[in-house]
Design a binder for this molecule. Structure first.
Ligand SMILES: *[C@@H]1O[C@H](CO)[C@@H](O)[C@H](O)[C@H]1NC(C)=O
Ligand SMILES: *[C@@H]1O[C@H](CO)[C@@H](O)[C@H](O)[C@H]1NC(C)=O
Ligand SMILES: *[C@@H]1O[C@H](CO)[C@@H](O)[C@H](O)[C@H]1NC(C)=O
Length: 769
């Protein structure tokens, strides 16, 4: 009985959160058959709800392919309700692993096989034990604001959020809570999404991708002595140099003294992380973003060949009650039981009155909002100083990144995966039910699509779903065409989401894939030879078609025949294939560029500060013929110039997107061999008239400055200068002729008077006849 209240406290305490859905976030799970994870400390500190996460399952992706990372976060981003930062990182290594036990990897080597925890494969491990050892003994940064928390360890194990120094895997608590971190870490930055993009230059500059980190290198053997361990590893240059360590060895039989050395470890030598504003999400809604889709980030996988990698996402939220990002909010405010953070002056109270009325920054203060004459009525505020300003985290299970085989070199590869787990919405929450990722995908004919998924066989047995209890299975089949005449879609549409019967497989219409591949996708016969497969029960959890070339245009609607039980469950996706190349990216205040086409010469280039907010920009390239048909369909006729000097480049959104008269650059490839004058024109769907755009031409590239998207193309016309010259010359000749005729008619006797006039009039009249 006595335990019950504690448990309630624990459950509500951990209810908060970020969950990665693709790739599958573990939330510290391995393969538990229960809804709750066994061990919240297995690999890292998530601070998430125990029910979150997916069971283990690994995929591989090709270097340079595009992976749609999807997640949900609980307390909003890009909203005034809090300051939110999302940090995406990865690490790879031969020893990085998921493990086979839900126990935490031990710290003491005696508890590991061959006294070597790094190599004891039974335990999951991301950061290694050497990394943790440094963290364990390194003196923590004492300049940090830790409020009124009692940090019980001297080292980087104790932080404001983890005052007791609890260990989770080999994660370093100080590194977990602070970014960019000041000592070496194995994490490589992918992206930082922030509420305040003006912090981006700082992140780009300070990222360990580009800037090496210092640490104190100690004389070998220093940490072997208990006394030295208690002194700790200095975290700054001055103290590091002060370390003196005396010892004798075979090399120094008379003894020697060595100092610590402050060394800079090299940076990861990678480009800085992509940095932009967050996508908006609503607090208390562990769900989708503003457009009804989960927030995502398109990760282009690095060009490496690694078997074991992990993706990490951190969600840093801080309260508006104090300025977490202001460096003057530091250790000078730390004090117990009440911090020295100034709350009083914000309310116009003097210090004494603020104290009397509870307007102080401390654990669960009780405030008298009515002042002295309001009696003794106090309201207790749920302020937990270790969570006001808090970081949540999720990490994927391990995955591989492979170099491409020669036949895939230079190709665009899109990953198409499955997220979610078996169960109804309540049973899987805060994970999600099955879905394809990305659910809607637009690709260019000729690109490669990589279907691959995994799942678990150990979901709770009573979770709802089709097929064998506890198991995840998937397949992909084109849906049948629409039934209702009134919803007849435009031609080139295959399958209809409203239906639940698959298209029969006589034709290999779906994506232009071979019949054999369609068979693999639907009955999984490349991974399973026979067996009870009506609901795919005998198949394994993993499926891989490997990248296949998409060769048929169309709008394809497809389903998974197993996880589709109309009114209960639906697993359907859509792929649009066309000859047009489409690329998209979100660009905000920090700027960025998007290129399209083969040589990356065409695209848009946005300087920092050009946009005031995040814009979802996409670029399309339409061939001349296709483009002309498309603009005509929009009611825009191509009535300028004589012939095309470029393809069509289409930039969305088509409205003005810059601020204060600022402009961004667009580059368009023009055919420089074409004769005549080339002019760049722009139109858009709201303004269907072609307007000239001033462009600078050089080496077959037209560069222009614009403030909105639209449809851009170049047309050529015979050289205007020449035409003007010819026209002017003709007009002059005609004027002379007419003038002469008129003169001669008015003065018919003119020839009598002078010889010269005669000759002229005579000639003129002759010529005019
Ligand atoms: C979280 O935000 C705080 C400021 O509120 C900052 O000091 C800290 O470094 C951030 N930590 C991470 C992991 O982003
Ligand atoms: C479809 O869902 C209904 C309602 O939950 C369930 O009774 C039925 O068994 C399901 N069908 C299959 C084939 O699992
Ligand atoms: C990801 O890429 C797709 C296709 O290029 C694009 O439509 C989408 O907007 C991108 N998402 C983000 C978050 O940039």
């Amino acid at each position: 009985m006595a335990k019950l209240p504690c448990m309630f406290f624990f459950l509500s305490f951990v209810y908060a959160d970020i969950y990665m859905h693709n790739p599958r976030g573990s939330n510290n799970r391995l393969d538990e058959a229960k809804r709750e994870r066994n061990n919240a400390n297995r690999l890292f500190d998530s601070q998430n709800n125990n029910r979150g996460g997916y069971n283990v399952g690994s995929l591989y992706y090709y270097a340079g392919s595009i992976l749609s990372v999807e997640w949900t976060n609980q307390h909003s981003c890009a909203d005034q309700n809090n300051n939110c930062e999302i940090i995406l990182q990865y690490m790879c290594g031969d020893l990085v692993r998921d493990g086979t036990t839900t126990r935490t990897i031990p710290e003491n080597p005696v508890q590991c096989k061959n006294y070597n925890c790094n190599n004891d494969k039974k335990f999951g491990m991301h950061e290694d034990s050497d990394y943790y050892k440094k963290c364990h003994y390194r003196i923590r940064n004492r300049g940090l604001f830790t409020a009124d928390q009692n940090l019980r360890k001297f080292s980087a194990r104790s932080t404001r959020q983890n005052p007791g120094g609890t260990r989770r895997g080999y994660e370093c608590p100080e590194e977990r809570d602070y970014y960019p971190y000041w000592h070496p870490s194995p994490w490589k930055d992918i992206a930082v999404l922030t509420n305040n993009a003006t912090r981006c230059p700082f992140y780009e500059r300070e990222s360990e991708n580009v800037k090496g980190r210092y640490e104190c290198e100690l004389p070998h053997g220093f940490l072997n002595s208990h006394r030295n361990r208690r002194k700790g590893i200095p975290n700054n240059e001055e103290d590091c140099h002060k370390i003196k360590y005396s010892f004798t060895s075979a090399q120094f039989p008379n003894g020697t003294t060595v100092n610590g050395t402050w060394v800079q470890r090299p940076s990861h030598n990678l480009p800085p992380p992509e940095c932009r504003e967050n996508d908006w999400s609503r607090d208390n809604h562990l769900g989708n973003g503003i457009d009804g889709f989960p927030n995502t980030f398109n990760w282009t996988l690095p060009d490496i060949n690694e078997k074991h990698c992990v993706l990490r996402i951190r969600y840093n939220i801080s309260t508006g009650d104090f300025e977490g990002w202001n460096s003057s909010v530091n250790a000078s405010y730390n004090s117990r039981p009440v911090t020295k953070l100034d709350v009083a002056s914000r309310f116009g109270l003097d210090e004494d009155e603020a104290k009397r009325r509870g307007y102080v920054y401390k654990q669960n203060p009780q405030v008298k909002i009515f002042g002295e004459d309001g009696g003794d009525f106090k309201l207790r505020l749920a302020i937990n100083t270790n969570q006001f300003g808090r970081v949540f985290q999720d990490r994927s299970h391990t995955f591989g990144i492979r170099t491409r085989p020669s036949n895939l070199e230079g190709k665009t590869i899109h990953n198409l995966n499955v997220r979610g787990k078996r169960g109804n919405i309540v049973q899987v929450y805060p994970a999600v039910e099955y879905d394809f990722v990305p659910n809607r995908k637009t690709i260019k004919n000729g690109d490669y699509l990589h279907f691959q998924w995994t799942g678990s066989n150990t979901n709770p047995n009573n979770n709802d779903g089709q097929g064998k209890a506890g198991t995840d299975r998937n397949n992909v089949i084109l849906l049948r065409p629409p039934q209702y005449p009134e919803t007849t879609p435009k031609s080139g549409t295959y399958g209809h989401w409203g239906n639940n019967y698959p298209q029969h497989l006589d034709e290999s219409v779906f994506l232009g894939f071979s019949r054999k591949d369609l068979q693999h996708l639907s009955i999984l016969d490349n991974v399973q030879y026979g067996g009870e497969m009506s609901e795919l029960d005998d198949a394994g959890t993993y499926f891989d078609l490997s990248p296949r070339k998409v060769t048929r245009n169309g709008i394809f609607h497809y389903m998974c025949s197993r996880n589709n039980n109309f009114s209960n469950r639906g697993q359907k996706g859509k792929i649009v294939v066309s000859d047009a190349e489409i690329v998209g990216k979100k660009i905000g205040w920090n700027g960025g560029n998007i290129t399209i086409g083969e040589s990356n010469a065409q695209g848009i280039w946005v300087k920092r500060g050009t946009f005031q907010k995040l814009h979802d920009i996409s670029l399309e390239e339409w061939s001349k013929n296709d483009g002309e048909a498309r603009v005509k369909a929009m009611g825009i006729s191509v009535d300028v110039g004589d012939s095309y000097a470029s393809d069509f480049l289409v930039i969305h959104p088509q409205e003005k997107i810059t601020s204060d008269g600022k402009k961004f650059s667009v580059t368009l490839k023009v055919d420089s061999s074409i004769s005549g004058t080339v002019t760049v024109y722009k139109a858009n769907k709201n303004n269907p008239r072609w307007r000239k755009v001033g462009a600078h031409m050089k080496d077959g590239i037209a560069t222009m400055q614009v403030d909105s998207g639209g449809i851009i193309m170049a047309r050529s016309a015979p050289n205007v200068g020449l035409i003007v010259g010819v026209v002017v010359a003709c007009v002059i000749v005609v004027v002379i002729i007419i003038g002469t005729i008129v003169y001669c008619r008015k003065h018919p006797q003119a020839w009598i008077n002078t010889k010269r006039t005669f000759t002229n009039c005579n000639r003129s009249l002759k010529r005019s006849v």
